[in-house]
Ligand binder design. Sequence first.
Ligand SMILES: Nc1ncnc2c1ncn2[C@@H]1O[C@H](COP(=O)(O)OP(=O)(O)OP(=O)(O)O)[C@@H](O)[C@H]1O
Length: 448
Amino acid sequence: MSTARILVVDDDPQARDLLQRLLGTLGAVTQAPDPKRALERLAEGPFDLVMTDMAMPEPGDGLKVLHAVKTQSPDTPVIVVTAFGNIEGALDSIQQGAFDYLAKPFDVDAILRVAKRALEQKRLVEENRSLRQQVERTSLVLVGRSPALLEVYKHVARAAASNVPVLITGETGTGKEMVARALHKRSPRASGPFIPVDCGAITESLMESELFGHAKGSFTGASGARRGVFEEASGGTLFLDEIGDVGMKVQSQLLRVLQEGEIRRVGESVPVKVDVRVVAATNKDLKARVAEGLFREDLLYRLDVVHLHLPPLRERREDVPALVEHFAARHARGGVRPVVTPEAMTRLTGYDWPGNVRQLENVVARALALNVTGVLGPQDFPEPIGDATQKLTGLAGDMPSLAELSRRYAAHVLQHVGGNKSEAARLLDVDRKTLYKLLESPEGGAES
Ligand SMILES: Nc1ncnc2c1ncn2[C@@H]1O[C@H](COP(=O)(O)OP(=O)(O)OP(=O)(O)O)[C@@H](O)[C@H]1O
């Protein structure tokens, strides 16, 4: 780990030297005698920890340092130092974002303890962010090289450079949102936000304020002003999922925004310019909805400037093996990549996948959760895909209970070790008594 950079701000040179000596054991310490010089040091680059006196020489000067740090690098913890008895000031600073406070005269142990905790928290926040970015990167890998998908990738690459609206169609779980994210990441707007909105999950009455925001008190329950997603997505991409579910009133408002490039918050008459690329998706047949009078034809044409269609998985079966391998590697336990037998792969490829890629991922993840051998055969997949006696459950609902899953898992392990209960208990990391309990079906009675 690189050396931690610590800034100590105090107008008392003795206090600064003491802190430098102490904190020097945790990192490289820079001193500043007043807020002005502290801000100069902060402008030169971020610190991992800032410790600042509150009153130097004016009471509340420390808050200036606190605000500057929180504005420039919000993850940097700030510890404030207050005069003994100034608990009000200390609590005030905590409320304004300080990590902790220390009272003068100094307690050497407390300084080190609090500083170590602050640096540890900073490290964890950074580690979390980098893990999240890794997950985002890996989960953005579009798997599949079928001609149909290659065609989609080609259109994504072409459309990414422009600003025109894109309509993505395809059954549920075919990867529409993933493609929208890929489009955003390849576009000049990549550093801006990608805001997804599930239009099917928001009631018509709330949709308007969700999209365009509202003024304070513009309707019952609107206690404060709020920005809508069009403003939040400014400089980036707004992904309107399930656009076919949007009601007529909001459809005409969307049409106006696309035509004029400006929105009006609910309860306000002043238009606000927005710089947003709109990508919409639907699993419905929008032309049919137009014919039924449920979707505006002019809006459809506005949205459908570039059209990407994701075919269902059963129409691109050649993508199944690569997807199975991809999800098997992602959900592998203990980092060991499982092997899928040729017979299991043939069955997986032959299945029709009504829930498409999402269902395939669920099935592979579930098979791995119950498998201990590292080899996935037909018996690891539910009927009608494989031979396992458990029925294929839908995408939601109908899940076996946790007790039932534990029982199946324990029985599976026991079968794997040829009925050797001591060995099964060892593998499951439980004692034999617990193994017997696990093997009891939730309805009572034990597995033979
Ligand atoms: N080509 C692909 N490569 C890797 N993962 C994929 C691919 N297509 C879909 N997925 C994964 O399948 C799941 C469903 O994808 P996504 O949410 O993009 O589908 P969708 O079409 O938007 O679904 P819905 O219509 O239900 O909103 C996600 O976990 C996604 O990561």
